[in-house]
Design a protein around this ligand. Structure first.
Ligand code: SF4
Length: 453
């Protein structure tokens, strides 16, 4: 950051105190202070849209902003603005684009890492269930990845697992050390205590994405009896101290209607969730249950509901598979994100268990330039229709070819699932979704053309 930028950042930090006291009067001023940091046209466009959003008191994004300002501890709101919007987006992205150009490889916006493969639950069909237990990334290894990432412009780090909060002390320590970055941990939340909630509010830059798969019965069907109760209690603890959190939901053939319902989303808002991530069930590993894959009708329902809620509810929702239209398809392979598992294997995505590089033997930049990630870079997007983004779930031949060309190995050390086997499990779902997705996309683009005329 230049001296001028440091002064602008200090002014921005100071202005946050006024925004918290009187958002009505000071939010527009905050946007004015953020604007000089926006170097990319689409960043300037987002700031313009944020101004429009704020001008309408009924706008659901404004209501979300107001709710967040009321609910979150002061340090947390500061970290969201300074670390997430400023460092991870406005400052980090242009740095990453420059590195990308210099090295001719993808550079991600976010890095997902597994501190441990161990978990205190046994959820049926867990996507991480076939990783061998007992693997860990040490504190030094996690720290090293973050240090390397920041040099490439990456300021957003996510944790998955295993259960990341088995390593809560390390997560807090890393957040304190890298207090210019922002962190989000996927978690079953059963290990959240009042002490940990208070630490999260105090450190300010770690959010929790809490796994919930519906109301108690649907949730506990895969996650275990009594788990819903514990996650609800964790949300209460976090809300009470102003720590940031949202929900993370795997939708499958048995719960889609429930988690796509207004009642469910309203209940999550009521509990204090500020965001929600939807993931669809993937049949990974020898114990997978392909019958849990969603039907095309369920995937369409989720697409429509998320769009509806996004325009009306005061919560930020993401659908990991159906939001390809906002980022031109698949974001994996370092295009916007990558995954490093607890053995150090650098995978294109949390759901793609193949790698040709291990972070214990290579730098992050070397992993990005290795054959598997370069295959991703050359082939993305994998489909002209962004509603069919995935090289596994929607275009299984793509993954088979990339893995074989890169001579990548299976990272599931327990079953070493060949890529042809996992691809075969997705073929029928891909073929059934294709005509539905194409029809939705044709209608949408026709509508957009009509509106533009
Ligand atoms: S590989 Fe599939 S699941 Fe992973 S980011 Fe790409 S589209 Fe999404």
């Amino acid at each position: 950051m230049s001296v001028k930028q440091s002064l602008q950042a200090a002014a921005l930090r100071e202005s946050l105190r006024y925004v918290r006291r009187n958002p009505e009067e000071n939010f527009a001023r905050l946007l004015g202070l953020i604007r000089p940091f926006a170097r990319l046209p689409w960043h300037r466009e987002i700031i313009r849209q944020a101004g429009e959003m704020w001008a309408d008191p009924q706008n659901n994004w404004r209501r979300l902003t107001e709710r967040a300002l009321r609910q979150l501890a002061p340090k947390v709101s500061e970290k969201i603005v300074m670390n997430f919007f400023l460092n991870a987006a406005l400052i980090g992205v242009p740095i990453a684009r420059a590195v990308e150009e210099e090295h001719g490889c993808n550079v991600p916006w976010a890095i997902l890492m597994d501190p441990t493969s161990n978990c205190n639950l046994r959820c049926e069909g867990c996507w991480a269930g076939e990783y061998a237990k007992g693997a860990h990334l040490s504190l030094e290894e996690l720290d090293g990845i973050i240090q390397q990432g920041k040099e490439l412009g990456v300021y957003f780090y996510l944790y998955s697992g295993g259960e990341p909060l088995l390593r809560a002390a390390d997560i807090i320590q890393l957040a304190e050390k890298h207090n210019d970055a922002v962190f989000c941990s996927f978690t079953n939340a059963t290990l959240v205590t009042p002490e940990l909630a208070a630490q999260l509010a105090e450190v300010g830059n770690v959010a929790l994405a809490i796994s919930v798969e519906g109301f108690a019965e649907a949730n506990d069907f895969r996650r275990g009896i009594g788990v819903y109760e514990k996650t609800a209690r964790a949300m209460d603890l976090l809300r009470e101290v102003g720590a940031p959190f949202g929900f993370s939901t795997c939708y499958h053939a048995g719960n889609t209607e429930e988690v796509a319902s207004e009642e469910f989303v309203d209940a999550m808002i009521e509990k204090g969730c500020l965001f929600g991530w939807y993931f669809t069930y993937m049949p990974i590993g020898q114990h997978a249950r392909p019958e849990l894959l969603v039907t095309p009708e369920q995937r369409q329902l989720m697409y429509e509901r998320v769009h509806e809620f996004r325009a009306t509810k005061d919560i930020f929702l993401i659908d990991f598979w159906n939001d390809g239209e906002y980022c031109n398809g698949c974001i994996a392979g370092g295009r916007h994100y990558l995954h490093i598992n607890a053995n150090g294997d650098v995978e294109p995505c949390a759901f793609i268990h193949y790698a040709d590089t291990n972070i214990r033997e290579a730098t992050l930049l070397e992993a990005l330039k290795a054959p598997l990630f370069m295959q991703y870079r050359e082939r993305q997007p994998f489909n002209a229709n962004p509603l069919r983004p995935c090289p596994l779930l929607d275009n299984p031949d793509e993954l088979v070819e990339m893995v074989n060309r890169a001579q990548a190995y299976s990272t599931q050390r327990r079953d070493n699932e060949p890529v042809e086997v996992v691809a075969d499990k997705c073929r029928e779902a891909a073929a059934r979704w294709a005509p539905v997705a194409d029809s939705i996309w044709q209608q949408k683009t026709a509508q957009q053309v009509k509106e533009a005329i």
